[in-house]
Design a binder for this molecule. Structure first.
Ligand code: NAD
Ligand code: UDP
Length: 316
C-alpha cells in the first residue's frame, strides 16, 4: 500500500488519538492538528517518537496550509459540558472548520472524512435511526450549537461534493467510549466509571429511562477507516457508525457499579434540556457497504475502560 500523508484534525482528542495510532500502524504519515481545547498531549505522547508523526497546535477556524493526501476532520468538542462552554466557538469550529478543511481538500485534491454525529437526528421520532431520517432538532436550544453546527457541516460537505466534485465521506458517529476519554469530560461513561472507582455517588440525570447505544472505540475507528478506504469514492455516506445494542442509562449505571464492585449509591439529578430520550443506530447500511459491525460487547469494553481510568487515578 502506498504511504499516504494524512491530516487528522482533533487528533489529540479521544477518538482522534486512536485514529492517529491506527493510521500510523497502517504505515501512513500522520499530521495531527489540534488546539488542545479538550484534547491533551498525554493522548499522543506515545506517538511522538515516530518520525512519521507530527503534532501541530492550530485552531481549525483559521485557514491551514499543508500538503496532504487525505483529511479526517474530527476537530470539535463532543461532550455537552464542553461544547456548551463557548457555544459560539462550537458553531465556528463546526462551520468555519468545515469550510477551511474543505477548502484545503479542494486545493490539494484530498479525500475528506467528516466526523458527524447521531445528534443530527436530535430527539428522534424514528427508532432506530436510519440515515434517511431528517431528524427532530431544536434550532435554538442549549445543544443547538453542536447539533446545528454538525448539520451545517454536512450540508457543506455535500455541496463541495456536488459543486466541486470533492471526494467526501460522512460518518454519523453514535456514543463511543473507551480509554483516553477525558476524566472531566462529563460524558456518561467517563462520569459513571470515575464516580464508581472513587466510591462517589453515581449521578443519573432524570429517571434514567433514556437510552443510548455505546460503541467501543476500536470498533468505531475500524468503521471510520473502512468508510474512508471504501471504493468507489462515489459512496459518500452519510452512514451511521455505532453499536446497535441499546441500554437505558440506569442499566449502564448498574453495570458499571457491578463491574467495579463499587459501594457507590445511585442518585438522580435534573435532566438537562433537550436531552434525547432514545438513541440507537440502524447500521444496515454500514453492514452492507462496509462489511462492518461492532465486535466488542458493552461489558468487555467497560472493563477495558475501567482498567484505564483505574490506572490514571492511581497516578494522581
Ligand atoms: P474530544 O473532545 O476528545 O476531541 C475533540 C478534539 O478536537 C480535541 O482534541 C479538541 O482539542 C479538538 N478541537 C476542538 N476545537 C478545535 C478547534 N477549533 N481547532 C482544532 N482542534 C479543536 O471528542 P471526541 O469524542 O474524540 O470526538 C471527536 C469527533 O467525533 C468530534 O467531531 C465529535 O463531534 C465526533 N463525535 C464523537 C462522538 C463520541 O461519542 N465520542 C459521537 C459523535 C460524534
Ligand atoms: N448522563 C447521566 N449522568 C451523567 C452524565 C450523563 O445520566 O453523569 C446522561 C445524559 O443526561 C444523557 C446520557 O447520559 O441522557 C448520555 O449523555 P452524554 O453526555 O454521554 O452524551 P449525549 O447526551 O450527547 O448522548
Amino acid at each position: 500500500m502506498r504511504k499516504k500523508r494524512v491530516l487528522v484534525t482533533g487528533g489529540s482528542g479521544f477518538l482522534g488519538s486512536h485514529l492517529c495510532e491506527r493510521l500510523l500502524a497502517m504505515g501512513h504519515e500522520v499530521i495531527c492538528v489540534d488546539n488542545f481545547f479538550t484534547g491533551s498531549k498525554s493522548n499522543i505522547v506515545h506517538l511522538m517518537d515516530s518520525p512519521y508523526f507530527e503534532a501541530v497546535r492550530h485552531d481549525v477556524t483559521f485557514p491551514l496550509y499543508v500538503e496532504v493526501d487525505e483529511i479526517y476532520n474530527l476537530a470539535c468538542p463532543a461532550s455537552p459540558i464542553h461544547y456548551q462552554h463557548d457555544p459560539v466557538q462550537t458553531t465556528k469550529t463546526s462551520v468555519h472548520g468545515a469550510i477551511n478543511m474543505l477548502g484545503l481538500a479542494k486545493r490539494v485534491k484530498a479525500k475528506i472524512f467528516q466526523a458527524s454525529t447521531s445528534e443530527v437526528y436530535g430527539d428522534p421520532n424514528v427508532h432506530p435511526q436510519t440515515e434517511d431520517y431528517w431528524g427532530n432538532v431544536n434550532p435554538t436550544g442549549l445543544r443547538s450549537c453542536y447539533d446545528e453546527g454538525k448539520r451545517c457541516a454536512e450540508t457543506l460537505f455535500f455541496d463541495y461534493n456536488r459543486q466541486h466534485k470533492l471526494k467526501i465521506k460522512v460518518g454519523r458517529i453514535f456514543n463511543t467510549y473507551g480509554p483516553r476519554m477525558a476524566m472531566d469530560d462529563g460524558r456518561v461513561v467517563s462520569n459513571f466509571v470515575v464516580q464508581a472507582l472513587k466510591g462517589e455517588d453515581i449521578t443519573i440525570y432524570g429517571g434514567g429511562e433514556q437510552t443510548r447505544s455505546f460503541c467501543f472505540v476500536t470498533d468505531l475507528v475500524e468503521g471510520i477507516v473502512r468508510l474512508m478506504e471504501q471504493t468507489p469514492d462515489e459512496f459518500t455516506g452519510p452512514v451511521n457508525l455505532g453499536n446497535p445494542g441499546e441500554f437505558t442509562i440506569r442499566e449502564l449505571a448498574e453495570t458499571v457499579v457491578d463491574l467495579v464492585g463499587s459501594q457507590s449509591k445511585i442518585v438522580h439529578t435534573p435532566l438537562p434540556s433537550d436531552d434525547p430520550m432514545q438513541r440507537c443506530p440502524d447500521i444496515s447500511l454500514a453492514k452492507r457497504i462496509l462489511d462492518w459491525e461492532p465486535e466488542v460487547p458493552l461489558r468487555e469494553g467497560l472493563a477495558l475502560t475501567i482498567a484505564y481510568f483505574d490506572a490514571v487515578l492511581k497516578t494522581k
